[in-house]
Write a protein that binds this ligand. Structure first.
Ligand SMILES: NC(=O)c1ccc[n+]([C@@H]2O[C@H](COP(=O)([O-])OP(=O)(O)OC[C@H]3O[C@@H](n4cnc5c(N)ncnc54)[C@H](OP(=O)(O)O)[C@@H]3O)[C@@H](O)[C@H]2O)c1
Length: 219
């Protein structure tokens, strides 16, 4: 029997972390749910185990305490928290996939906190030079995970990275979550993807999309 891949989700009780964890429980994965919020975390684990026929789930504060060694790390945390987590997982995430979902948006949502010519994903790759950082899920709102088909169209989810095999693996996660993966280019494409989410957030507020909106490439 094939061993299930282990996916460690940091910030598992947050908006994105819980949406991603619940949607990936539709697949055949081991989910390592990580959070400091004990009560919410146990609730999330119970919910996942009671609904999923295929997924396993463990809940804890830090991945070092698990018997499962993560194959994939998803950082569902604010950009500002990524450096600390990167320092903690540097050894554990060696040669592994690290998914960057962060949008480094400033307080008034007018732009990025990063200077031009870089992105949250590229900064994370600098902190984790021996890991395979892949950008994904940054242009999908948390609410989209329970409704990845909007107005009859499956929302696209852009995937960018420097390692082809890692991008294919992440594309499978994207499909499990119900979105249409589009492998978009190398990690520097994250600059565009992170800007796209700033625009989508601005449009959502302007036109009251109720945080249920997404991108679709028509061709
Ligand atoms: N919300 C969206 O629709 C959306 C869409 C696309 C991308 N994103 C990106 O997804 C990431 C998470 O966003 P979110 O909306 O899910 O945020 P959220 O609901 O606030 O959840 C973030 C989680 O990160 C953890 N965390 C760890 N260190 C933290 C710190 N220093 N400060 C605050 N929280 C910390 C917290 O859990 P514990 O402390 O318990 O571990 C918290 O539950 C962000 O990078 C955001 O840009 C969000």
């Amino acid at each position: 029997m094939e061993t299930k891949q282990t996916i460690a989700v940091f910030g598992a009780t947050g908006h994105m972390g819980s949406a991603i964890s619940k949607s990936l429980s539709k697949g055949s994965y081991r989910l390592l749910l990580l959070s400091q919020e004990d009560k919410e975390l146990k609730g999330l684990q119970s919910e996942i185990l009671s609904h999923s026929q295929t997924a396993d789930a463990e809940a804890m504060k830090s991945p070092e305490h698990s018997q499962w060694k993560p194959d994939i790390f998803i950082l569902a945390v604010p950009h500002s928290a990524e450096a600390e987590i990167a320092a903690d997982i540097k050894e554990l995430a060696k040669d592994k996939i690290v998914v960057s979902i962060a949008n480094p948006i400033n307080k008034d949502m007018s732009g990025s906190v990063l200077p031009p010519g870089t992105s949250a994903a590229e900064e994370l790759q600098k902190l984790l030079p021996n890991s395979k950082v892949v950008k994904a899920f940054n242009t999908t709102f948390a609410a989209d995970f329970s409704q990845p088909v909007i107005d009859g169209r499956q929302v696209d989810c852009f995937v960018a990275g420097n390692d082809e095999a890692a991008m294919k693996t992440v594309s499978e996660l994207v499909k499990t979550a119900g979105f249409n993966p589009i492998i978009s280019g190398d990690l520097s494409v994250s600059r565009t993807l992170e800007s796209m989410q700033i625009l989508l957030m601005q449009l959502t507020m302007k036109y009251n999309y109720n945080w249920l909106a997404g991108w679709k490439i028509l061709h």
